[in-house]
Write a protein that binds this ligand. Structure first.
Ligand code: 13P
Length: 279
């Protein structure tokens, strides 16, 4: 099944597909391991910075090889693309979907550039995600930082409607109080706003900043119209903590002995999310 079919099914049946971020092979193997174990669809997300580590060509080649080998359909997504040329390269290479993040731009400029990517992507059957509203934070664990959401940062439902209609994006990432990263106190999600955006647009809705949210919030977000949930920080933490533990507790130096254990830990975390999302 292609990605838009899966998203349609998720919308109809009220569940969400997980987008799990990676920049290394052991992370990739962990996420794919979870998908295989649970026979679940997953989106492999990689941002501009993340994909530059392996290289864009190497990333897609690796994903397609693993896809063949494991007998799984895997979806590769460029997350938070800001450089139009880089996004177009991902389209040309055969990514399944790309995200143009023009959320920092004035509305009209965001609309114009998002449309340009939609035109480019749709010619090659690549789904395009657009973003509207100001999503704060960064994918890391903040021990003390207080994060405050301003009402003017949140996506306005009327503007979301205009944005989706004019750009023809397939997916919309709204700002509904969600943030990237984990904070001592996570801001509350504005579910009423999410429901209104869902009523006013026919794009699939994406919840960025899935890390740090409670199980109840995630379930409520899915009920209120979310079909894709992005997880990065939680997997980065598992990557670091599992690696740290292995290095601290053994003198092992063989990467091929150490890294599969990291993959295992990531697999376990991704599995928890897949089950929670109902995918
Ligand atoms: P978190 O790091 O908060 O999980 O957010 C990830 C994300 O939204 C990637 O686009």
């Amino acid at each position: 099944m292609e990605l838009d079919q899966i998203l349609k099914k998720a919308k109809r049946e009220k569940w969400a597909i997980g987008q799990f971020s990676f920049s290394t092979i052991e992370q990739l193997k962990g996420i794919i391991g979870a998908a295989k174990k649970l026979s679940a669809p997953v989106i492999l997300g990689t941002s501009e910075k993340e994909s530059k580590f392996l290289g864009l060509e190497e990333t897609i080649a690796q994903v397609r090889i693993l896809e063949n080998k494991m007998g799984l359909k895997l979806f590769l997504h460029l997350d938070h693309g800001k450089d139009l040329n880089y996004i177009k390269r991902a389209v040309d290479l055969g990514f399944d979907s790309v995200h143009f993040d023009g959320s920092e731009l004035p509305f009209k400029e965001n609309l114009k550039l998002t449309k340009e990517i939609v035109n480019y992507g749709h010619k090659k059957d690549v789904l395009v995600e657009g973003e509207l509203g100001y999503l704060r934070g960064e994918s890391r664990l903040f021990q003390r930082k207080k994060i405050t959401i301003k009402k003017e940062d949140l996506t306005k439902p009327e503007q979301a409607q205009e944005f989706v209609e004019k750009t023809k994006i397939d997916l919309l990432a709204p700002a509904i109080g969600n943030v990237h990263g984990i904070y001592p106190e996570m801001p509350e999600l504005d579910f009423e706003r999410l429901k209104e955006i869902n009523q006013k647009t026919d794009a699939f809705l994406v919840l960025h900043g899935g890390s740090g949210l409670s199980r109840d919030e995630i379930k409520k977000a899915i009920k209120s119209g979310i079909q894709k949930i992005n997880i990065n920080t939680e997997l980065r933490l598992v990557w670091r903590e599992s690696l740290q533990k292995i290095l601290k507790t053994s003198k092992e130096i063989k990467p091929y002995i150490i890294l599969p254990q990291v993959s295992q830990a990531i697999e376990k975390k991704a599995e928890e999310y897949i089950k929670l999302f109902g995918s």
